[in-house]
Design a protein around this ligand. Structure first.
Ligand SMILES: [Zn+2]
Length: 411
């Protein structure tokens, strides 16, 4: 167990929540691996640094293990995420006057879901993505991609080849990085003097307020606030000059970062965001101390809901074999006796089993065969989209449910 802050090395004296031993969330299992019990269980104990207020895991799981070469997450599977990416490309190209002489280098570029929108505008792009299968997908649609874990060494290699960036998007990656200092040093190396990096990350303020404990899993090493990120940047000769809240992933922040010496002026929005976090007491122990009890409350109310459904003979299935669903089901001690299967559009996951709960993943085309009375939407942040995609359940009177921050049945 790590007892010191992964950023500032202070003693991790404040507890946030201990979710016990759980499997690695994106490690979908075959029948054979279940039979051989061939998968690790790792502690998921989250603590808070009282100095820099970084909420963090205390187990350094090797990212090479988590982001295995067959890591099955494809950004392009989610329609709402694609819209978000397209809007981002429009706004950034406009605001920072990007053109054929600029370069956009995206960190954790996945299957090219974002860079393709810049490429369409004639702006040179480069992706950096360690998961080989998704990186190959990006390359196949013409998005040049380096198959690497980003950090100071990769950045220096690129800089030595005269590759520098005007814009460096890093969406939903900062939380996945075990060595934050080394990661930020890479931005410092690659950004041109007036270059801008943008980091998007789920806001820990929403995690706390909305009891989003299911967003906690091993590959999320950090749960971030503006307070913490401003400290990280200062440590790398960078500074945040703008920030905004976004509805993605249940409430995210997007921060704009430049070199300390760059001309970008701090915005009014940034001042407001700082004030929001201060008002929410994100720098106070009490804000973090009560979280564990809130999680217990969600867990017991969901277990009551399951018992009630069982008593009425209802069939419950789930939708969305995403990482957050795995944490949720494992923390709530669910098995296939509670939830008959989980539907997911990703071909890579179909026919496999969720780690821990061993619930089978089926294609959504099988909904009419299973005919669930309740379809539990695990990625609650995509509930409207999923309800539209699965409206077939209305034919037999099926209803949807979400369980975070409390059980809610949707019709
Ligand atoms: Zn710290």
């Amino acid at each position: 167990m790590i007892r010191r802050c992964r950023f500032c090395e202070s003693s991790l004296d404040w507890s946030f929540v201990d979710l016990g031993y759980t499997p690695v969330a994106n490690d979908y299992l075959t029948e054979e691996r279940i039979r051989k019990k061939n998968y690790p269980l790792l502690p998921l104990n989250i603590r808070v640094c009282p100095t820099c207020f970084l909420v963090q895991t205390t187990e350094d799981v090797d990212p090479k293990h988590i982001f295995a070469p067959d890591y099955a997450y494809y950004s392009s599977v989610s329609e709402s995420w694609l819209r978000h990416a397209s809007d981002y490309a429009d706004k950034m190209a406009d605001r920072f006057a990007l053109d054929a002489t600029s370069r956009v280098i995206e960190i954790a570029s996945n299957d090219g879901y974002l860079l393709k929108y810049f490429a369409k505008k004639g702006i040179p792009v480069l992706g950096i993505e360690p998961a080989t299968e998704v990186a190959d997908k990006a390359i196949s649609i013409g998005v040049e991609t380096e198959k690497e874990f980003f950090g100071s060494k990769v950045a220096e290699d690129l800089a030595n080849r005269e590759v520098r960036a005007d814009l460096m998007p890093a969406n939903n990656v900062l939380a996945h990085v075990p060595d934050i200092r080394d990661f930020l040093a890479g931005f410092s190396t690659l950004l041109k003097p007036e270059g801008v990096a943008t980091f998007e990350f789920p806001h820990v303020l929403q995690l706390i307020d909305q009891v989003q404990f299911d967003t906690i899993y091993h590959e999320h090493y950090s749960y971030l606030s503006l307070i913490a990120v401003e400290r990280f940047c200062a440590g790398a000769g960078l500074r945040v000059f703008d920030g905004e809240t976004l509805p993605t992933h249940g409430g995210s922040l997007r921060v704009f970062v430049a070199h300390e010496s760059a001309a970008h002026k701090p915005t009014e929005r940034l001042v407001e965001l700082r004030a929001l976090e201060t008002a929410a007491k994100l720098d106070k122990h009490e804000t973090y101390a009560g979280f564990s009890d809130k999680v217990q409350g969600v867990k017991s109310s969901f277990q009551d809901f399951l018992a009630d459904c069982r008593g009425r003979g209802l069939t419950i299935a789930a939708y969305g074999a995403a990482a957050k669903g795995n944490t949720f089901l494992n923390v709530c001690d669910c098995s296939k006796d509670d939830i008959v299967c989980v539907f997911d559009r990703s071909h890579a996951k179909q026919g496999k089993y969720l780690p821990g709960s061993h619930i089978e993943v089926l294609a959504p085309e099988e909904l009419p065969r299973i005919r669930p009375d309740i379809l539990l939407i695990l990625p609650w942040n995509l509930k409207e989209e999923i309800m539209t995609q699965t409206k077939v359940i209305r034919e037999w009177g099926g209803k949807w449910a979400i369980a975070v921050p409390q059980v809610e049945v949707l019709t």
